[in-house]
Design a protein around this ligand. Structure first.
Ligand SMILES: [Zn+2]
Ligand SMILES: [Zn+2]
Length: 173
């Protein structure tokens, strides 16, 4: 089984880590390896928000050689150049970072479902998948929490087919 290391940027809730591990196993046939946490990079932050790409670069530097990909989760809100906020960012075939700052809800099931959707979406990009026009597909672009809540947790048949082809190419399947 290919390994995907998980790092927390700052302190992430243990439940978020376990939901993330479940997604990696169930959806991507990856073996999760939690590596602990690293502090946010203060040179890539503004008013409590972190610059997603720079934090992800730092996470990739921590990735053990035996891991195929690295996935970071963070309670901090993320921004990107030209974007006020992002739910996450991915570097295809390298890794991704997902923030749960905007996913929080008093409804725990809803919160965990959002976490699973955003982790699945960003990891889909790590596997090279583009955005999908199907509004119910997990690879549909989310511009807001309403978009995230509208879409499902799963890949549509077309995206699933693409994902399986990449898994076979990477010899994960
Ligand atoms: Zn996306
Ligand atoms: Zn799709």
């Amino acid at each position: 089984m290919a390994i995907c290391s998980i790092l927390s940027v700052g302190y992430s809730l243990p439940e978020v880590i376990s939901e993330t591990e479940e997604v990696l196993i169930r959806k991507f046939d990856l073996e999760p390896a939690y590596e602990g946490s690293i502090p946010p990079d203060p040179t890539a932050s503004r008013e409590g928000q972190l610059l997603a790409e720079r934090q992800l670069q730092n996470v990739l530097l921590e990735k053990p050689n035996e891991a195929l990909f690295a996935l970071a989760v963070t309670p901090y809100d993320l921004y990107s150049r030209g974007l006020n906020f992002v739910f996450g960012v991915a570097f295809p075939f390298k890794g991704a970072i997902v923030s749960y700052a905007r996913l929080l809800s008093e409804n725990r099931d809803l919160f965990f479902s959002r976490v699973r959707k955003e982790v699945t979406h960003e990891m889909g990009h790590v596997f090279g998948l583009p955005h999908c026009p199907n509004p119910h597909c997990v690879m549909h672009f989310s511009n807001s929490l309403a978009d995230t809540d509208r879409k499902g947790e799963d890949f549509c048949p077309a995206c699933k087919k693409k994902l399986d082809a990449v898994k076979r190419r990477l010899k994960i399947l």
